[in-house]
Design a protein around this ligand. Structure first.
Ligand SMILES: Cc1cc2nc3c(=O)[nH]c(=O)nc-3n(C[C@H](O)[C@H](O)[C@H](O)COP(=O)(O)OP(=O)(O)OC[C@H]3O[C@@H](n4cnc5c(N)ncnc54)[C@H](O)[C@@H]3O)c2cc1C
Length: 540
C-alpha cells in the first residue's frame, strides 16, 4: 500500500504491526490493510484527505477496549492514543474539563478529583479507555443509574471531518454552516428529520439506556453534538472533548441486598429507587456460581445479589422493608470489598483456557425495568438450550445486564451457532421492548439488527446522517450501518477459521486480554518494522 503524502506519524504495512491491531476487546479478528498513528490534527487531516481521494476506509481507534467490533476493520486502523493527548485543563468554577481525545477516563478523574470534582459516568474500563472512545460509544457505567451516559456530560467536541476539515459541535444548534459537513447537514438532512420527526420519535425503544443507532432525537440543544456522540467513528474523528463535572458528594455508602427469587427483583429495585441511589448493580446466580470459585464467602442460596451505592450531602438511608434486608457496608474498606465482588468475574473470565473462551456476543441488551426478570430468565433458558454457560451481571437499576457466553471454541459449527443464538436473543430483546445495546454500541456485531429495532424510516434517516457526514463512506464502513452479517468464522478471534496471525503477536494480544492491559500501545507489541512480503502473502 502506498504511503500518505505529508503524513508525519507512524505508518506501518508490515504484517506484525497490522496483526497487533487485528483485535479489540470483543470477538473479532480482522487484519487491517495498514496502521497509522497520526502525530496531531494536521497529520490526521492529511490522512483523511488522502483516504478520501483514494477511497480508503479508515477505522478510528482508541484503547481498543470496545466490545462491538468498531475498533477493527479491513481498512487503515488509525490509532488516536498518541497524537491527541492534550492534558486536562480543569476550570473548577465552571465545573468543566477540556482534554485531548486520547486521554483516559482515569486521567480525567484524577485531574477532576484534585479540584474536589468528578466525571459521573464511570465505565468499568476507566483505567484504560479513552475519552474519545467513550464519546464515540456513548459509554456509561455503574453510576449512570443516577447520572446517565456520557452524552449528558459532553459540553463540546472538536472533530476532523471526512472532508479533512476541523469542526466544533457544542450546545448551540447549528444555524450558520462553517464546514462542508455542516452545509450538507442543513441542506440535506435537517429537512428530512423535520419531515419524519414523529415516526422517528416513536421508533425509539423505551429503555433507560440506549447506545444503538444515531441519536436522531436530541434530548437538548446541539443536535450535531448529539449525532457525533455514539457514532462509533463513522461520522468523524473526535480530537478534543470538553466535559461537565460534578462536586464530590459528602456521603457515599454501599449496600448489598440478597434476592431469593427473580420475582422479588422488581420490588427490591423499586425500594432502592426511592432512596435515590447512584448505582444499582445485579450479580445474577449465573455470576455468583462463577465468582464463588474465587470467593467462597458468597452465599450458596442467593438467586441474585443487588449492590447499590447511595451518595449525597446527607447520610443515606433506605425505606422501611429494604432497610431490614439490606446489609450496609461498614466503612470504605468493606464497601470496596463489595465492589470488588462486582468486578471479580471479569479477570476470571478473561483467563479461561483457549478451548473455552468468554465471548461478548449478546453482552449488552437493555430492556424496560419491569421486563428484566423475564429477560434474565429467557437468557438462562436459551443458553441452556444451546449448551452455552452464561454469566449475567450488570446495571439492574437500568434494566441493562451484561451476559458473557462461555463457548467451546473447538466446535465445528461455532460461527453458525453463535449467529443463530445472537438472532434468538435479539428477537427476545425486541419482543420485550428492549434495545440491543445499552452502552457498548452497535459496532459490526449489532449493525445488522438496526432496522429490526427501529424500523425503515429511522434507518433511512441514519443513512442520510452518514451521507451528510461521510459522503464517500470512508469512515468505519460496516459499523452501525451493516454491509454484511454480524460475523463469519473468518472474522472471529477464536475457532478453526480464525485468521492466522504471527504466533508471537497473537500471544501478546492474548496477554493484553488476559491482563486487561488495553492501554498498551499496540506498536510496542511488535519489534522494529518487520516488512516481509512473504509473510504478508501467506496471511492475507
Ligand atoms: C473490562 C471492560 C470493561 C468495560 N466496562 C464498560 C463499562 O462499564 N461501560 C461502558 O460503556 N463500556 C465498557 N467497556 C467497553 C469499552 O471500554 C468502552 O466502549 C470504551 O468507551 C471504549 O473506549 P476505547 O478508547 O477503548 O475505544 P475503542 O475500543 O478503541 O473504540 C470504540 C469505538 O469508538 C470509536 N472511536 C474511538 N476513538 C475515537 C475517536 N477519537 N473519534 C471517533 N471515534 C472513535 C472506534 O472507531 C470504535 O467504533 C468495557 C470494556 C472492557 C474491556
Amino acid at each position: 500500500m502506498q504511503t500518505v503524502p505529508g503524513f508525519r506519524g507512524a505508518w506501518r504495512t508490515d504484517v506484525a504491526a497490522r496483526a497487533a491491531y487485528a483485535e479489540g476487546a470483543g470477538i473479532y479478528r480482522i487484519l487491517p490493510a495498514a496502521v497509522a498513528v497520526p502525530s496531531d490534527t494536521d497529520d490526521l487531516i492529511a490522512l483523511v484527505r488522502w483516504a478520501g481521494s483514494t477511497g480508503t476506509p479508515l477505522v478510528p481507534r482508541g484503547a481498543g477496549s470496545g466490545m462491538a467490533g468498531g475498533n477493527v476493520g479491513p481498512g487503515v486502523v488509525v490509532d488516536l492514543t498518541r497524537g491527541f493527548r492534550t492534558p486536562c485543563t480543569v476550570e473548577p468554577a465552571a465545573r468543566r474539563v477540556r482534554c485531548g481525545a486520547g486521554v483516559t477516563w482515569r486521567e480525567i478523574d484524577q485531574a477532576a478529583r484534585a479540584q474536589r470534582l468528578f466525571l459521573p459516568p464511570d465505565p468499568a474500563s476507566g483505567a484504560f479507555c479513552t475519552i474519545g472512545g467513550m464519546v464515540a460509544t456513548n459509554a456509561a457505567g455503574a453510576r449512570s443509574y443516577k447520572y446517565g451516559s456520557v452524552r449528558g456530560w459532553v459540553e463540546a467536541l472538536e472533530y476532523v471531518t471526512a472532508d479533512g476539515e476541523v469542526g466544533r459541535a457544542d450546545r448551540a444548534d447549528l444555524r450558520t454552516p462553517r464546514t462542508a459537513v455542516e452545509r450538507r447537514l442543513l441542506s440535506d438532512l435537517a429537512p428530512y428529520l423535520r419531515q419524519h420527526q414523529r415516526p422517528i420519535e416513536a421508533s425509539a425503544p423505551r429503555t433507560r439506556k440506549n447506545s444503538s443507532g444515531y441519536c436522531l432525537v436530541a434530548p437538548d440543544n446541539g443536535w450535531v453534538r448529539h449525532l457525533l456522540i455514539g457514532s462509533e467513528g463513522t461520522l468523524g474523528f473526535v480530537t478534543t472533548v470538553e466535559l461537565a463535572l460534578e462536586p464530590i458528594p459528602a456521603h457515599d455508602t454501599t449496600v448489598l441486598v440478597p434476592v431469593r427469587s427473580l420475582d422479588e427483583l422488581p420490588d427490591v429495585l423499586a425500594a432502592l429507587r426511592d432512596a435515590d441511589p447512584v448505582a444499582v448493580e445485579l450479580l445474577d446466580r449465573t455470576y455468583l456460581e462463577f465468582a464463588r470459585a474465587a470467593d467462597d464467602r458468597i452465599p450458596a442460596d442467593a438467586e441474585a445479589v443487588v449492590l447499590a451505592r447511595l451518595a449525597g450531602e446527607t447520610e443515606p438511608s433506605l425505606p422501611g422493608d429494604a432497610e431490614k434486608r439490606a446489609v450496609f457496608a461498614e466503612g470504605p474498606a468493606v464497601a470496596e470489598e463489595l465492589w470488588n465482588l462486582r468486578h471479580l468475574a471479569s479477570p476470571i473470565l478473561a483467563r479461561l483456557p483457549d478451548e473455552r473462551r468468554s465471548l461478548q456476543v449478546i453482552e449488552d441488551g437493555c430492556v424496560p425495568l419491569d421486563r428484566l426478570p423475564a429477560y434474565i430468565a429467557g437468557l438462562r433458558k436459551l443458553a441452556a438450550e444451546y449448551g452455552y454457560q452464561v454469566v449475567i451481571f450488570g446495571h439492574a437499576g437500568d434494566g441493562h445486564v451484561h451476559a458473557n457466553l462461555l463457548v467451546d471454541t473447538q466446535a465445528a459449527d461455532l460461527a453458525a451457532r453463535l449467529g443463530e443464538f445472537l438472532r434468538q436473543v435479539t428477537n427476545m430483546q425486541l419482543a420485550l421492548g428492549g434495545t440491543t445495546s445499552g452502552e457498548h454500541g452497535d459496532g459490526r456485531l449489532r449493525a445488522p439488527f438496526l432496522e429490526r429495532l427501529y424500523g425503515a424510516t429511522y434507518v433511512e434517516a441514519c443513512k442520510r446522517v452518514k451521507a451528510a457526514f461521510d459522503p464517500n463512506g470512508i469512515l468505519n464502513p460496516g459499523v452501525k450501518l451493516a454491509t454484511g452479517p454480524s460475523f463469519t468464522g473468518d472474522t472471529l478471534k477464536v475457532g478453526h477459521e480464525a485468521p492466522v496471525l504471527p504466533p508471537d503477536v497473537a500471544q501478546r494480544l492474548r496477554d493484553v486480554e488476559r491482563t486487561a492491559a488495553w492501554s498498551t500501545f499496540r506498536l510496542d507489541l511488535v519489534s522494529e518494522r518487520q516488512s516481509s512480503d512473504a509473510a504478508l502473502s501467506s496471511i492475507t
